[in-house]
Design a protein around this ligand. Structure first.
Ligand SMILES: [Cu+2]
Length: 141
């Protein structure tokens, strides 16, 4: 190998390193931005403007519907969802949020993404089971 080709290889290696590190920075920035979007840019512990409230809702379940079947929250809210069976034995699952409640249970979720989250009964409760659906709508603040 002559001197010229060694220099060439060295340059290629350096260029590759620069490209890799530039890429790495970009990835990190994206991750940071995603983090900021989720938590808001306010310092830790400070609720994001408009959202970030602690809210709670009790969903009543009977044969065969949820009441309310639809409810809303804002991005950043800490929402505690409780399930109360008023008739029959039902569960409440919100698959996208990892929530699955039995009667009398509750779960607290931090809503960091706007969207519509479907929920459904998670216990085979009878003929109307498949109709036991509802949705949580999370809106930007
Ligand atoms: Cu059911």
């Amino acid at each position: 190998m002559n001197k010229k080709s060694i220099m060439f290889l060295a340059l290629v290696a350096i260029a590759a390193l620069i490209a890799l590190s530039a890429c790495g920075n970009k990835t990190n920035n994206n991750a940071n931005n995603a983090g900021n979007a989720a938590t808001g840019t306010a310092p830790a512990g400070t609720p994001a403007a408009g959202g970030g409230e602690a809210k709670s809702i009790t969903v009543n379940a009977k044969n065969f519907e949820f009441e309310p079947a639809e409810f809303q929250a804002k991005v950043g809210d800490k929402l505690t969802i409780s399930l109360n069976n008023t008739a029959g034995n039902h569960g409440l699952a919100i698959p996208e949020l990892g929530v699955n409640l039995k009667n009398g249970e509750s779960a607290t979720v931090t809503l960091d993404k706007a969207g519509t989250y479907d929920f459904n009964c998670s216990i085979q409760c009878g003929s109307g089971h498949d109709n036991m659906v509802g949705k949580l709508t999370v809106t930007e603040t």
